[in-house]
Design a protein around this ligand. Structure first.
Ligand code: SAH
Length: 224
């Protein structure tokens, strides 16, 4: 998989995309990510990428031209499954959407800033809009990093234990059961004895029962 991220603040992306699971996936060449600084696609010497909103109102608006130039250049090299604009009013990112996107070959993620992008970008240049939740962040970089993480950890070979992503919350319509590790007793707080029993069938049954109970309590909408 290849992901191109278009941003006017590339520095915001370096941390989340250069550590942990995403770093491992990059190192193993299971994914490649290129970050494109929108300022390099500006047309003036001040490298302007935003301007005042027509009709007035607070906040700057990202201009269409640098974005169009950047996307056009990328499209001259690759064919994209989706060109995604990160937007608070887009489709909410959830596990089924992450699963679906993980099957893509090439993706573009466009990060907005300020008041957002000129509406014509949304009308003509992107294929999809994705939100990471009903709250407003200052820019699309953190949402893009969240999307990258959610998608990349699903790629075959990324997680050490192949089955691990499948047993995470939401994958089978359930949240995860509780997990414990040593010590078995901490300040008198114990661990469910079944987990220490060594009886694998009983342990699996317990996990399933716990996952279901927890899902009913925390995400009742997920169970029909
Ligand atoms: N005025 C806009 C918010 C702009 S926030 C509005 O009210 O909808 C600036 C940018 O941050 C957005 O263009 C988007 O790219 C990004 N952003 C903010 N919150 C987001 C969220 N919850 N999910 C995805 N992107 C978000």
């Amino acid at each position: 998989m290849h992901i191109d991220i278009i941003t006017c603040l590339p520095g915001l992306l370096t941390g989340p995309l250069t550590e942990s699971i995403v770093k491992r996936a990059l190192d193993k060449n299971l994914v490649s990510i290129d970050i494109h600084d929108l300022r390099e696609y500006a047309t003036d010497k001040h490298r302007t990428t935003d301007d005042y909103a027509f009709g007035g109102g607070a906040g700057m608006v990202m201009m269409i031209e640098p974005i169009d130039r950047c996307i056009s250049k990328l499209k001259s090299v690759r064919t994209y499954d989706e060109i995604i604009f990160m937007s608070p009013d887009g489709n909410l990112l959830d596990q089924p959407l992450a699963n679906q996107l993980s099957l893509s070959k090439n993706l573009i993620l466009l990060c907005g800033h300020y008041k957002g992008v000129d509406e014509r970008v949304r009308e003509h240049l992107v294929s999809r809009e994705i939100s990471i939740g009903n709250y407003v962040l200052s820019g699309g970089e953190l949402p893009a990093a969240v999307l990258c993480d959610a998608v990349i950890r699903l790629l075959p070979g990324v997680l050490g234990d192949e089955s691990s992503a499948l047993t995470d919350s939401f994958q089978d319509g359930m949240v995860s059961p509780p997990v414990y590790t040593r010590p078995a007793d901490y300040k008198g707080w114990g661990v469910p004895p079944v987990l220490l029993s060594g009886h694998q069938a009983k342990i699996e049954a317990w996990k399933e029962e716990q996952a279901e109970a927890r899902t009913r309590k925390r995400r009742p909408g997920m169970i029909g």
